[in-house]
Ligand binder design. Structure first.
Ligand SMILES: Nc1ncnc2c1ncn2[C@@H]1O[C@H](COP(=O)(O)OP(=O)(O)OP(=O)(O)O)[C@@H](O)[C@H]1O
Length: 460
């Protein structure tokens, strides 16, 4: 029992330069309800499309273990064989019923293959060939069975298009179940349902889980559905798996909270400022990469997929997620920095004598031209120097540096002293803060030119 029915191994799917899935591996156990969750654009439907043969993955394997012991490599099979031989059925994000047909007819159409086989692919079926009649009667029985399970039997003869939305969703599932699937893939079955319809859906899915051998793979945004009925949850963000476990584990995984439920960028920024990661903060300050990263919105429900997913392509090119793009990555970074900060604090708390012998203690380095306060009470905007962000500007001010001319006058020893307290390594020289400051100091020193037109101040 509980052996994997589905094993997804190192699955990648690229659309041109866009990596929709990057090196994804997970398993779904037989008889379980496995949920695949993640923000919009995380790649969930693409995973379904790879499993059901709509897409051929760029890399990776999708192994399905049949009840009979047969193994299927789905990525190598055409879509119709995935349904017929491997017995994988699916529903779609958008309802795809024959709205003009009755509920019963919809469920009979789903059994078309079985009926065609029984007819011998000839007119014998129409002529009342007994094998066909038996198959036809069985199909009707099966359809009725699933209409009852879906609580739709009373409307068997109504057009499917007349059903309320939630009932149409259940009809789709009933239709998929009529094909006798081993794996049922449901793409957002609870989308647009009201709470009563959601409960009816949960009941139907639990019934399938307990009373058929069918395993369920579920894409769902509705967390009340996911957390109530899933045995196992796999979380995607930007095509990568960021968490995998039972609902309780996933629910409290900080990476999931950040990625899926959303963390305000300001909150992440606050932490980074706290730990003094200027470089990352400067990435936040920059214009968002609207083409690849999330837009201005911090809601991860609206995040776009990046083509910078950690993944190495067939040319050996290494692609990484930008820190701003991945909320889960931000959580990892935050944790790593918090650890580093704690370690630094611990080291600092040790008695000085324990850290270094007195004779070896370095002489404290100081900057020569510091000021107690900005001249005239107004500091220059040091952030105009490329490489200085608001955090470093604040630190420089705290150390008595307020003006471009102060930086322009730095000698090697001053630079070393500044680098020591900004914890930089060669960056001041690399970014030529002194040269930049000289130019800015010259501009600042120029007297403001009078308007040549003689127009009054404020006129346009
Ligand atoms: N056929 C395609 N061609 C190009 N890009 C595609 C194609 N199919 C999907 N994508 C892109 O792949 C990314 C993942 O899309 P996918 O639909 O798998 O995400 P999702 O997690 O299912 O999102 P949602 O929750 O909104 O349905 C998206 O950026 C999407 O635009």
């Amino acid at each position: 029992m509980n052996t994997p029915i589905l094993a997804v191994e190192h699955l990648s799917m690229k659309f041109g330069g866009l990596v929709a899935i990057g090196d994804l591996s997970f398993e779904a156990k037989r008889g379980d309800i496995t949920a695949l969750i993640g923000p919009n654009g995380a790649g969930k439907t693409t995973v379904f499309n790879c499993i059901t043969g709509f897409y051929k993955p760029t890399e990776g394997m999708i192994r399905l273990g049949g009840r009979s012991g047969q193994q299927f490599l789905l990525e190598r099979m055409p879509g119709h064989e995935i349904t017929a031989k491997a017995k994988v059925a699916r529903t779609f994000q958008n309802i795809r019923l024959f709205s003009g047909m009755t509920l019963l007819e919809n469920l009979l159409v789903a059994q078309h293959n079985k009926l065609m086989l029984a007819s011998g692919y000839t007119v014998l079926g129409l002529l009342g060939f007994s094998g066909y009649r038996r198959a036809s009667a069985e199909s009707i029985e099966l359809a009725k069975f699933w209409l009852e399970k879906a609580n739709l039997i009373d409307r068997a003869d109504d057009p499917a298009g007349d059903l309320p939305y939630g009932a149409q969703r259940r009809l789709e599932i009933a239709r998929a179940m009529c094909t006798g699937p081993e794996l049922l893939c449901l793409d957002e079955p609870a989308a647009g349902l009201n709470p009563r319809e959601s409960n009816a859906l949960n009941a139907l899915l639990m019934d399938i889980k307990h009373n058929t051998g069918t395993s369920i793979l579920l894409i769902e945004h509705d967390m009340s559905v996911v957390m109530q009925i899933s045995d196992h949850v796999v979380v995607l963000e930007y095509g990568r798996k960021i968490s995998d476990g039972n609902p309780d584990f996933v629910k409290s995984d900080p990476r999931v909270v950040a990625a899926y439920l959303g963390v305000e960028d300001e909150e992440v920024e606050e932490v980074l400022i706290e730990v003094g990661d200027e470089q990352v903060i400067e990435q936040f300050d920059a214009e968002p990469d609207r083409e690849h990263g999330p837009g201005a919105s911090s809601s991860m429900m609206a995040g776009a997929v990046s083509d910078t997913i950690g993944h190495s392509d067939d040319r050996g090119e290494r692609i990484t997620v930008s820190k701003r793009a991945s909320k889960a990555q931000q959580v990892d970074d935050r944790e790593a920095r918090a650890k580093a900060k704690a370690a630094a604090a611990k080291a600092a708390a040790k008695p000085v004598a324990a850290r270094a012998p007195k004779s070896a203690a370095p002489k404290a380095r100081t900057v020569a031209n510091t000021l107690p306060a900005p001249r005239g009470g107004v500091a220059d905007r040091l952030v105009l120097i490329k490489g200085i962000g608001p955090v470093n500007e604040k630190k420089l001010n705290e150390h008595g540096i307020f003006h471009f001319d102060q930086i322009a006058a730095w000698k090697k020893a001053d630079i070393e002293a500044v680098e020591a307290y900004l914890a930089f390594d060669g960056r001041i020289a690399r970014e030529d803060w002194v040269g930049q400051a000289r130019k800015l100091a010259r501009t600042a020193a120029k007297p403001a030119t009078k308007p040549a037109t003689g127009k009054r101040e404020g006129s346009r």
